[in-house]
Design a protein around this ligand. Structure first.
Ligand code: B3K
Ligand code: ZN
Length: 889
């Protein structure tokens, strides 16, 4: 819980640590009532610190101190003081051993930070500042230490005892307990420390690295889940190979462990050689896991593995640099997933997340640069901005340098900084030094928040055979940053002529890069206004802009409908084809809004329907692309486009349009559905995933017709499919319909899968996301269901998170009951799990976007939360910033 005055921490106030800890020896005695932690820290003054005779200030939260000694001499109570989260020893020698004993209660730790218990096992989560809940320490990432860890626990209850590094000893003790000793040869910050103790099954495999090191790979899970580890293991081996091939990075220990736990605040954690995972990001098998679930496991396993270099071997100097490891590692895992599956689909999915969640964050009260300048609670900054926009910034460097120079840059970065805790600036400098490319102005991406807007117009001069693109960039004010300097934006373009892409020749081309065949160019947009003149253009082209989404910006270009249809059917860039379909869909939704307001029928343009028809019937196209292009822009995306957001109006317009499309294309949808049905043995490969995604998109349209055909298809699919993707898609279709079978389907699903918590979470989520009226009451009812547990973050996300974050029309009920519900849950979770409480709050923080009546109701709930006593720093920061007027300096 927060101090009386929650304080803001500033990047500008960074100071090197006054002390360093060379070695850390820990002994854990794990008990049923409490755990005793004994530490021996070899501490010395930091020669780089200019403060002489600084007191030793150790971090520690909620710890019971048993004893404290320096070089074997127990300290008298007068020799140390405690203030807030710090234990201060005023006078210490230049070099000494600090011995400390503390008692903690993992059993009572519901925050899931520090050492805690989940389903009978002990586990840890220390990033960012959880280690201080275990023992007194210099809990900051620039203090790196060599750890030795001894774990003592009951041998029956906790046969498996794990920590980082290599097992150096194991011993059975006389009192029914046993112990293991672990040594990690790599110095690491405390946030990468991990400990696990429990009764666990182990699935094993091996991997030989490129230099011949034989690595034991072990995945520890509960016994009942041992049949769900194969996909994670294959993903791990693929990731290990990929990192060798693409980055030249090899694994550095003889053992790599993954442990799956039920209660976990996020997806997973990259602790050195002992990754701890949310079960939802490890376990997968076709009967219980959807295609999206399989892909998530692959992505998260790879992400955590990649951190071994981008995060562990080279770590962050301070938490303002979080994107150094997270942005880079997300970029690495995205490229990996693209290589393992369909690159275009992966890109469209990532852009969709960015354009909805990240653009919304950039436009809201918590907007921050990928390297924030300040924070109250660092846990609030594990955001889509730091992660996903951070990854886009690394991607832009990759685009500006090209793959070879980027690789030279990453080699230099890893070699130069191996074993160090560094900054984003060090990363950019390595990229510059290795490539010779000037990234001076590019650095604005690290310091400025907000989503830049690119306004582009074009002119064709037939006589001069020139085509000119006029580009204007701007960036809206964000809290604390009213004026922005221009960004360096890599703007990838091509020009489509009648017979294909035109050769590009630019006047004054010096600074811009071309593709090998000369038909795509990355323009360096660096000024507020700039024009690019292409010469030798013999026909008026259709411009293909921001190809591959080459920068995280909002693009404005006044395309005609015909031009969009052209791009949608024939652009060679998959992202641009999809984006054209979305812009056409957006135009139809705008028209539907106007039609409904005027009490006219909603009638889409026939050219749009023809284009959708052509997509559905062309068997040569990638099914996943077709599915994505057939889906209208999501309500979350619409909320980024229309201001103020009329949730109900937009929902009606979009749903009506969907119905009209289904009516017009009924025959094609049915044919497509049958064509995609398959008896093949399930595989989570790109081809099958594409087919299922198209089939289930067709099904969701057919269900809107509210006739027997759709219902029969859904019922049959629900009853007969053998994989969770199809079964859940059918259940989702039924739940959102008025089909009489839906209650039975829900009940049967529950009965079949009640023994699988991850499947039951999907069952909660399908119901929480139902678009029909009355869903809030359903959700409230489900919170009393025996399978629901508010202490489990996955269940909170599946039920409360999905309802508030992904069910706009019900969350934004006009009577404000959705807002009240969320505030009530935040108030409860603020006490038990502040991190989850503050995450859950996000939908309320966006109140400024909505109609005045909604704004008032949302704001009142934020004020109600703010008035609660004992707000955690997590919730306090988000709520107080949300209700503040933006400061304009
Ligand atoms: N580094 C962790 C995130 C830790 C979050 C702490 N609140 C997972 C990851 O990004 O790989
Ligand atoms: Zn990460």
């Amino acid at each position: 819980m927060r101090d009386a005055q929650p304080s803001t921490i500033y990047l500008s106030e960074y100071q090197v640590p006054a002390y360093l800890i060379d070695t850390t020896a820990l002994v854990f005695e794990l008990g049923e009532e409490s755990t005793k932690v004994s530490s021996q820290l070899h501490i010395r003054r930091n020669p780089a610190s200019t403060i002489s005779n600084a007191p030793l200030a150790l971090h520690g939260t909620e710890l019971e101190l048993i004893s404290l000694a320096i070089d074997g001499r127990t300290l008298d109570a007068s020799e140390w003081t405690q203030s807030g989260e710090q234990l201060i020893i005023a006078s210490v020698p230049a070099e000494f051993v600090l011995s400390c004993e503390t008692r903690i209660r993992p059993q009572d730790n519901t925050s899931l930070e520090g050492l805690y218990k989940s389903s009978g096992m002990f586990c840890t989560q220390c990033e960012a500042e959880g280690f201080r809940k275990i023992t007194y320490y210099l809990d900051r990432p620039d203090v790196m230490s060599v750890f030795t860890v001894e774990i003592i626990a009951d041998a029956q209850r906790y046969p498996v005892l794990l920590s980082n590094g290599n097992l150096s000893a194991a011993e059975v003790l006389a009192d029914g307990r046993h112990k293991t000793v672990w040594q990690d040869p790599f110095p690491k910050p405390a946030y990468l420390f991990a400990l696990v103790a429990g009764k666990l099954a182990c699935v094993e495999d091996r991997f030989k690295t490129m230099s011949g090191r034989d690595v034991a790979l072990k995945i520890y899970v509960e016994d009942k889940d041992a049949d769900k580890c194969e996909h994670a293991m294959v993903s791990l081996k693929n990731a290990m190979r990929w990192d060798e091939e693409v980055y030249g990075r090899e694994y550095d220990l003889d053992i790599f462990n993954i442990v799956a736990v039920d209660d976990f605040n996020m997806g997973a954690m990259e602790n050195k050689s002992l990754n701890i995972f949310n079960t939802s990001c490890v376990l997968a098998k076709p009967e219980t896991t959807t295609d999206a679930g399989f892909q998530r496991v692959e992505g998260v396993v790879a992400h955590e593995y990649f951190h071994n270099w981008s995060g562990n071997r080279v770590t962050c100097r301070d938490w303002f640099q979080l994107s150094l490891k997270e942005g880079f590692t997300v970029f690495r895992d995205a490229e990996f997933s693209a290589d393992m599956g369909s690159p275009t689909v992966k890109r469209v999915e990532d852009v969709t997340l960015l354009r909805t969640a990240q653009f919304a964050e950039d436009a809201g009260p918590m907007a921050h640069p990928i390297r924030p300048d300040s924070f109250i609670e660092i846990s609030n900054f594990y955001t889509v901005t730091v992660y996903e926009k951070g990854a886009e910034v690394v991607r832009m460097i990759h685009t500006l340098l090209g793959p070879e120079l980027f690789r030279k840059g990453s080699d230099l970065y890893f070699d130069r900084h191996d074993g160090q805790a560094v900054t984003c600036e060090d990363f950019v400098l390595a990229m510059e030094d290795a490539s010779g490319v000037d990234l001076g102005q590019f650095r604005n991406w690290y310091s400025q928040a907000g989503t830049p807007k690119l306004k582009v117009s074009a002119e064709y001069d037939a006589a001069a055979q020139t085509y000119t693109l006029h580009v204007q960039q701007s960036c809206p004010a964000t809290p604390g940053q009213s004026k922005k300097a221009p960004f360096h934006i890599p703007f990838a373009v091509a020009l489509l002529g009648e017979a294909g892409q035109l050769a590009l020749q630019l006047q004054n081309a010096a600074l811009n890069t071309e593709t090998a065949d000369n038909t795509e160019m990355v323009l360096n947009v660096t000024k507020a206004e700039q024009s690019f003149i292409f010469t030798g253009i013999k026909e008026e082209p259709v411009p293909s802009l921001l190809r591959g989404f080459s920068a995280p910006v909002k693009l404005e270009f006044d395309y005609s409908r015909e031009q969009l249809l052209r791009l949608m059917s024939s652009d060679s860039d998959g992202f641009c084809r999809w984006d054209a379909s979305q812009q056409l869909g957006l135009a139809e939704i705008s028209q539907a809004l106007a039609d409904i307001a005027a009490e006219h029928d909603v009638v889409p343009e026939s050219a749009y329907l023809d284009a959708c028809r052509a997509l559905l019937s062309d068997e040569s196209l990638d099914g996943a692309m077709v599915a994505m292009m057939l889906q209208l822009p999501s309500e979350a995306y619409l909320a980024e486009i229309f201001h103020p957001v009329d949730v109900l109006g937009l929902h009606r317009a979009r749903e009506t349009l969907r119905l009209v499309i289904a009516q017009a294309l009924r025959g094609e949808l049915l044919a497509c559905y049958s064509r995609c049905a398959s008896n093949a043995v399930y595989a989570a490969d790109a081809g099958q995933i594409a087919q299922r995604s198209l089939k289930n998109t067709a099904l969701s349209y057919l269900m809107l017709l509210n006739d027997d055909t759709g219902r029969e298809l859904a019922t049959r699919q629900f009853e007969h499919s053998e994989n969770m993707t199809d079964r859940l898609a059918a259940l989702n279709a039924l739940v959102n319909s008025t089909a009489p079978y839906k209650a039975e389907a829900l009940q049967r699903f529950y009965q079949n899968w009640q023994h699988e918590p991850l499947v039951i979470n999907q069952w909660f989520q399908v119901q929480a996301m139902c678009r029909l009226p009355g869903t809030l009451e359903t959700v409230q009812g489900l919170m009393a269901h025996p399978a629901f547990d508010i202490r489990n973050p996955n269940k909170v996300r599946a039920l409360i998170g999905a309802f508030c974050g992904q069910n706009s029309v019900n969350f934004h009920r006009e009577d404000g009951a959705g807002y009240r519900f969320l505030a009530d849950q935040v108030i409860v979770l603020n006490r038990s799990n502040p991190q989850i409480a503050s995450r859950l709050l996000v939908p309320l923080t966006k109140w400024r976007k909505y109609l005045p009546a909604a704004q008032q109701l949302m704001c009142a709930e934020l004020q109600r939360i703010l008035a609660q006593p004992d707000l955690s720093s997590d919730v306090y920061e988000v709520v107080s910033k949300s209700v503040q007027e933006y400061s304009e300096e």
